[in-house]
Design a protein around this ligand. Structure first.
Ligand SMILES: NC(=O)c1ccc[n+]([C@@H]2O[C@H](COP(=O)([O-])OP(=O)(O)OC[C@H]3O[C@@H](n4cnc5c(N)ncnc54)[C@H](OP(=O)(O)O)[C@@H]3O)[C@@H](O)[C@H]2O)c1
Length: 262
């Protein structure tokens, strides 16, 4: 367990995969770090999984569609690391337990990425038409399940010498775009959970990250008529790697800003 002096303030980065022993010392044997990534069968989640596996991370991945997830996991495992595919819905508490158990089996949890997301309506609609059930679903997937997963993983995150939580947010959390109200409200809730978690857990890094627009199924489902050019998810991944390498303070970050000048 992380010693009190660490929990109280900033301590140098000890290395991904290192763990605190019962006595509050790092165990000294840095093993491969372990990440949980939700929504990792396609889009940004899969691109991030590929990049972390290429760096030697072991991974526990989820998505609802078992077949797409196992195909993605097999491709990611080609980098030579251990990849556990755990199909399920992040709103299911039993599934969240299974996901964290899979990570524990790989050695622990150094990084938890809440990336799976619901729009609330597909395509998006103005608030006057937004089904309240859709808003509930967006809140449940994007905010409630993300907190549930943090609660499940917290003991293991605290044991990691570099425990980190990434909440994948959106500029819709902060900007009032027409039709993005329900989704944006759920991402704003996620941002606030991440901000408070960062205060409550000073021994962890907690980053809410706005990846910017990307050409993915989620964007097409949101705005099917918008066929404008958008970056591929893989082009945004370096912003996440930059955070993992530089480990800035807990807070909210925008991928486009992190990538500026690179
Ligand atoms: N694309 C953009 O322009 C954009 C912009 C800003 C922020 N974002 C954020 O970026 C993140 C990734 O989005 P993306 O565009 O990469 O989406 P995507 O390509 O549609 O991928 C979404 C992933 O989440 C999984 N998923 C969805 N609901 C789930 C649930 N309830 N439980 C478990 N897995 C679930 C999907 O698989 P299954 O369907 O099989 O479950 C899939 O693997 C999201 O948080 C999104 O809000 C995207």
């Amino acid at each position: 367990m992380r010693p009190a002096s660490e929990a109280a303030g900033a301590v140098p980065f000890l290395g991904w995969g290192d763990r605190w022993s019962e006595a509050g010392e790092t165990e000294g044997t840095v093993v491969m770090p372990v990440a949980i990534i939700t929504g990792a069968s396609k889009g940004l989640g899969r691109a991030l999984a590929e990049a972390l596996a290429a760096r030697g991370w072991d991974l526990a991945l989820d998505a609802r569609s078992s077949r797409t997830l196992s195909e993605a996991a097999a491709a990611v495992a080609a980098h030579g690391t251990r990849v556990e595919a755990v199909p399920g819905d992040v709103t299911d508490a039993g599934h969240r337990r299974d996901l964290v158990a899979a990570a524990r089996g790989l050695g622990g949890v150094d990084l938890l990425v809440s990336n799976a997301s619901a729009l609330g309506a597909e395509p998006l609609v103005r608030l006057e038409e937004l089904p309240l059930e859709g808003l509930r679903r967006a809140l449940e997937v994007n905010a409630v399940a993300a907190l549930g997963l943090v609660q499940e993983a917290l003991p293991l995150l605290r044991e990691s010498a570099a425990g980190t939580v990434i909440a994948v947010s959106s500029d819709a959390a902060a900007e009032p775009y027409e039709t993005w109200g329900g989704y944006g409200a759920s991402k704003a809730a996620l941002d606030q959970l991440a901000a408070v978690l960062g205060e409550e857990e000073p021994g962890l890094r907690v980053w809410a990250v706005d990846p910017g627009d990307m050409a993915t199924d989620l964007y097409t489902a949101a705005v099917p008529d918008d066929d404008g050019a958008r970056p591929a998810p893989a082009s945004v991944v370096p912003a996440f790697l930059c955070l993992l390498d530089e480990r800035p303070a807990s807070g909210r970050y925008g991928a486009p800003c992190l990538l500026e000048g690179r």
